[in-house]
Write a protein that binds this ligand. Structure first.
Ligand code: ADP
Ligand code: MG
Length: 498
């Protein structure tokens, strides 16, 4: 456990960070959680509001079966317990963008219980984050303060939209781990199709709980389950990018350490991250925290799931990231790292599999995750819309494998392919980019080179590494097209070294 944590050195010794996240993921549903109103981005203000969403008196919520199915699917994808009986509670508070005066959520009995997520570190190694629960709840509307200095407008389009709140245990130990966790959960949700994962639109966002403690304290918490071993946490609300998550955590941990080292103590509170100032600031403290007076929603019956239905959902799950990663490793002999990079996007893994047919898998993976990915990013394109298809990369890799072109020339061929000059083989032929493996031609060049540079030749006999100079000369002469293996072999023979 300790090896994944990151020590922060303060004035009075070392500190560790402890992080627990609450991810809010909007369900990819065309309709809201308790009404038939449409869910969509870009509609005009209050165009997608039913009488239920506007909380007109006497309107009754009706649960959207599709949203429940997405929550169950997600729970199964998080290897979590599905609760066949769950219920909805009212979380009461007043806010202009919440016309009901309460949010319908699942407080006591969530639809999904404990699960776990395997998360990749940057170096390909993994750690596990335990999931505490997943529950369904409604989103609120939006208050718009910036349009008019004298008024606040309310847009209820988002009111009643279905959210899945995924609560983790406090199992992350650094800002990088928190970001990697959100990335992995997002990948799983997108594979499942239960959330589109669009963080820019706020369709996936996280509340980040941060506390700090001395080395050793976290291990005591894990042994005993006793939270009193941990420091007091602050919750940073609604962070919607990986970068902001990391920046908010870094700032918040340092703020807490400074307070404690100055002899103060942390008050549990809700804070907001300001991405322009790169700092968090208090939104409300625990004393000001609402008493939500949760109670079961009398308008909604308990949610009872049929185990046969759950089993059917289980059987229809797609191959998920971890399974795909394991399969790519065994089927193609890829490293955990390479497989891990490929599976971050389903379309990327699919592209790889389309290109790897019978070809050098490692080489194919490199071209897909390096050159192609870089080009697509620079062009702002998704791999689904890539102008180069899996077959194009396969052709390029085949040429390298067959020794027709070197990896260096392959980059040039790739550039030309990207520029639309045609397929790899056609480009190589048209531009005469084949490697020179013709020993006769190479031998003649070598003879000439040795004759013209007797000093260099003598030096190589003394110091075999000096052969590099000759290799360089030949590469220059052939415009990089000489087969380096052949060149080395011939040179050694001619210079009488082995
Ligand atoms: P609440 O219902 O008040 O939000 P929870 O117990 O549900 O409180 O915890 C919310 C989140 O805070 C969870 O993700 C949990 O892992 C995390 N958390 C709890 N205690 C700590 C702590 N000391 N440090 C960091 N995160 C914590
Ligand atoms: Mg909470």
């Amino acid at each position: 456990m300790t090896d994944t944590s990151k020590l922060i050195v303060g004035r009075t010794g070392s500190w560790e960070i402890v992080l627990g996240l609450e991810i809010h993921a909007q369900v990819a549903s065309k309709a809201k959680l308790f009404s038939g109103a449409a869910v969509g981005f870009g509609a005009g203000p209050n165009e997608q509001v039913s009488l239920v969403d506007a909380a007109m008196p006497g309107m009754l919520p009706v649960i959207n079966r599709f949203c429940v199915e997405q929550a169950v699917k997600t729970g199964l994808g998080l290897k979590a317990q599905i609760n066949l009986r769950s219920s909805f509670d009212r979380k009461n508070y007043f806010y202009p963008d919440l016309p009901q005066g309460y949010q319908i959520s699942q407080f006591k009995d969530p639809v999904v219980g404990e699960g776990e997520v395997i998360v990749e570190h940057d170096d390909g190694s993994t750690f596990t984050v335990r999931i505490e629960r997943l529950h369904l709840e409604q989103d609120a509307g939006k208050s718009l303060h910036d349009q008019d200095p004298n008024a606040t407008y309310v847009d209820l389009n988002r009111a009643g939209t279905a959210l899945m709140e995924i609560v983790s245990k406090p199992d992350m130990r650094s800002s990088a781990e928190a970001a990697a966790y959100v990335k992995k959960v997002r990948t799983i949700l997108v594979y499942l199709g239960t959330c589109d994962g669009d963080m820019e639109k706020g369709n996936l966002r996280a509340d980040v709980n941060v506390s700090v403690c001395r080395p050793g304290a976290y291990e005591k918490f894990r042994e005993t389950g006793d939270f009193s071993h941990l420091g007091t946490r602050c919750e940073i609300k609604n962070v919607n990018s990986y970068r902001y998550i990391q920046q908010a955590i870094e700032y918040e941990a340092r703020r807490q350490i400074e307070i404690i080292e100055d002899g103060g103590s942390i008050t549990q509170e809700t804070r907001l991250f300001d991405p322009t100032k790169l700092e968090t600031r208090s939104m409300r403290s625990k004393e000001e925290a609402h008493d939500y007076r949760y109670f079961p929603d009398p308008d909604l019956l308990p949610l009872i799931l049929d185990p046969v239905w759950v089993k059917k959902i289980q059987d229809s799950l797609p191959e998920l990231p971890d399974a795909k990663k394991a399969r790519l490793q065994t089927q193609y002999g890829l490293s955990a790292y390479d497989a891990g990079v490929l599976i971050t996007e389903q379309a990327r893994a699919d592209f790889f599999e389309g290109a790897a047919k019978g070809r050098d898998a490692k080489l194919t993976s490199n071209w897909v995750t390096n050159e192609l990915a870089a080009r697509l990013t620079a062009a702002g394109q998704d791999i689904e819309d890539s102008p180069l298809k899996p077959g194009d990369i396969a052709e390029l890799v085949a040429l390298i494998e067959e020794g027709v072109i070197s990896s260096k020339i392959a980059k040039d061929v790739f550039d030309r392919m990207w520029a639309g000059e045609g397929g790899a083989r056609a480009i190589v032929e048209k531009q005469g980019l084949q490697q020179v493996s013709d020993t006769g031609a190479l031998e003649a060049m070598i003879d000439k080179l040795i004759a013209a540079n007797p000093g260099q030749a003598a030096a190589v006999k003394e110091k075999p590494q000096a052969i590099g100079w000759f290799v360089g000369q030949l590469m220059k002469e052939t415009g990089g097209k000489a087969n380096p293996g052949t060149v080395n072999q011939l040179l050694k023979a001619k210079l009488g070294i082995d």
